[in-house]
Design a protein around this ligand. Sequence first.
Ligand SMILES: *[C@@H]1O[C@H](CO)[C@@H](O)[C@H](O)[C@H]1NC(C)=O
Ligand SMILES: *[C@@H]1O[C@H](CO)[C@@H](O)[C@H](O)[C@H]1NC(C)=O
Ligand SMILES: *[C@@H]1O[C@H](CO)[C@@H](O)[C@H](O)[C@H]1NC(C)=O
Ligand SMILES: *[C@@H]1O[C@H](CO)[C@@H](O)[C@H](O)[C@H]1NC(C)=O
Length: 406
Amino acid sequence: MGKLMPLFCLVYFTVCSSPLFTSSLTLHSDIQVLHVMKRCMDLYSIPPNSYLSSWDFVHDPCETTGGQFLGVLCSFPLDQSPSRITAIDLDSAGYEGFITSEIGNLTELTFINLSKNNFRGPIPESISNLKKLTRLSLSNNFFTGGIPLGLNTLKKLESLDISFNKLSGTILSSIGGLRGLTFLSLSNNQFTGRIPDLSGLWQLKTLDLSRNQLFGRLPNFPISLRTLILSHNILSGSLTPLIILKNLRVLDVSNNRLSGAITRDFFTIPKMTRLNVSNNHFKLLEIIRFVGHGAQLQVLDAQQNQLRGHLPVNLVTLQNLTTIDLSYNQFFGHIPDEYGARVGAWRTLYLDHNDLLGRLPAEFIKRPDRIRGSLSNNCLQCPDNIPLCTGRQRKISECQEHRDTN
Ligand SMILES: *[C@@H]1O[C@H](CO)[C@@H](O)[C@H](O)[C@H]1NC(C)=O
Ligand SMILES: *[C@@H]1O[C@H](CO)[C@@H](O)[C@H](O)[C@H]1NC(C)=O
Ligand SMILES: *[C@@H]1O[C@H](CO)[C@@H](O)[C@H](O)[C@H]1NC(C)=O
Ligand SMILES: *[C@@H]1O[C@H](CO)[C@@H](O)[C@H](O)[C@H]1NC(C)=O
């Protein structure tokens, strides 16, 4: 059904609309394509004062001096050749409808942004005719179907954002040939299969594949990456392939099935500020002692793993750390006294649901308002009147038992 509609748009156009111009400055067929594009929207979904409602074909899209054809940019060739449409950047007015496959005729387009609307149906295959495209953003719509096969021929693409749609199928390895990409987001779709080797995308700074159904081990990623978001998939295996990513600022692999160790390597990445490894099957957290301002890490979220052993004392040597979540693990023993000195610098500390024993560092009790979080569901001697202690503690024997079985 969805696939039939663009065809309908096409037929409707050929039957119902006749060219309105005898002479115009915009290439005639570009005007026709804009016309078809507008006709492929559900009429009721074009609100007054929206960009699309300003597409009034009494005027020439490129030569209008009034408030017409908002969201459209043109080329103005120095010779006498007609203007071409170079950018379509629609507002998020809630447009409903399809992208006509005739969009592939706008061969001078460098920029398309249709994000935050209610477009549905497939991304037309003809989009691969737009060889000059540098930025394509179709995010936050209801597009279905797969990534168009020919997309990998758009060698000038720098930014591709098709996140928050209903796209499915696998991520073709040919996407690794789009070597100019600096931004790639496929997040919040229904993509499945393995992540292909993307290490050839040597300019890529941001990669977001979160909230799909990707499985298998982590592949090689480009060393240029600064932000890597892989959360909410079914990825497994170890973090080892990520160790080489020395430019990372943000790494989020939360909610997967990754296992093994969170090794010291991740804390020595010079500019890493946020590390989220929560909700996986990690067993070991390895933090070395930092001297000076070596590490920039501000946020460490390792909750809901199977981390065991004593709480890492070296955490206090990470000078920029403010937010720590090690809750729902199997840490045992005392909370290191050294943690007390970080109260205030550490603003959020979750150690709840572990097997911790004994007294709290004195500063936790002296300056209870300087740190928030939770220590509940351990076997701690936790004074009722401090907010960190809200919630129950377990019997000491339960935490000792656990320790002995390890
Ligand atoms: C788009 O290009 C195709 C192939 O050249 C042509 O048949 C079609 O009429 C064009 N559409 C418009 C609206 O110009
Ligand atoms: C694309 O359009 C949306 C909605 O109008 C806007 O929020 C976003 O900033 C635009 N993106 C780019 C890259 O221009
Ligand atoms: C880490 O990821 C989880 C799940 O994606 C999320 O709920 C949590 O807020 C993240 N932690 C931080 C500190 O952003
Ligand atoms: C980390 O802390 C140092 C000094 O404590 C500061 O100079 C630096 O800007 C901080 N880094 C970040 C990323 O905030």
